[in-house]
Ligand binder design. Structure first.
Ligand SMILES: [Zn+2]
Length: 199
């Protein structure tokens, strides 16, 4: 049997280290020996009992880490549980034209803004079942796996009154997008502040 006795964050201060902070785990074994996994990478060095951090040292090391998070608004060890994404609802309007090769997207707007056909986000292409175009291609965008009669029967599809083979579609997509780094930093600072005031 073995057990983790303590976990201690430490700052390496290496110029080329993007994370700066690492976690050491200290282990003890049934036979009374100890080891330290300095980077928590699974590489253990034997240590003496005297090298094991005291509970107070462990608490203080975590306070030091919290101060770093408070100062920088970053959490390189992913210790603080803050939201990194937020949910958004996007409303789209599309015009789809009848053609021999199948329904073809000719216009797309998000809200009131027209989206250039070669800049349609992947999740929208997926929803419309359009194979992703290569970045340089200006080829027509066909809705795959659907013929015109099936397409205009879809519940989201509204066919124009003066039907000249163009159908208008409105649809909404819910998705998660990254929060701004500043918003994440604010929450990290609050969490670190809480940690410091309760320990
Ligand atoms: Zn480092």
């Amino acid at each position: 049997m073995s057990d983790i006795v303590s976990t201690v964050p430490w700052c390496c201060g290496e110029r080329n280290c993007p994370s700066q902070w690492h976690k050491s785990t200290y282990w003890c074994y049934d036979d009374g020996t100890y080891s330290c996994d300095r980077y928590t990478y699974g590489y253990h060095e034997n240590v003496q009992q005297a090298d094991m951090p005291s509970p107070e040292e462990e608490v203080n090391a975590w306070k030091g880490y919290a101060c770093y998070v408070l100062e920088t608004g970053t959490d390189p060890l992913y210790e603080y549980n803050v939201k990194h994404t937020r949910s958004v609802k996007e409303s789209y309007y599309a015009q789809v034209k009848r053609s021999i090769a199948g329904p073809r997207l000719v216009l797309l707007r998000r809200g009131r803004i027209e989206v250039p056909l070669d800049e349609i986000p992947q999740h929208v292409l997926d929803w419309l079942n359009i194979p992703s175009p290569s970045p340089t291609a200006s080829r027509p965008l066909f809705l795959m796996g659907m013929d015109w009669s099936h397409f205009i029967e879809c519940p989201e599809v509204h066919v124009w009154k003066n039907d000249n083979g163009i159908a208008a579609v409105r649809f909404s997509l819910n998705r998660k997008i990254p929060r701004s780094p500043a918003a994440v930093a604010t929450d990290l600072r609050k969490a670190a502040q809480r940690h410091l005031s309760t320990n």
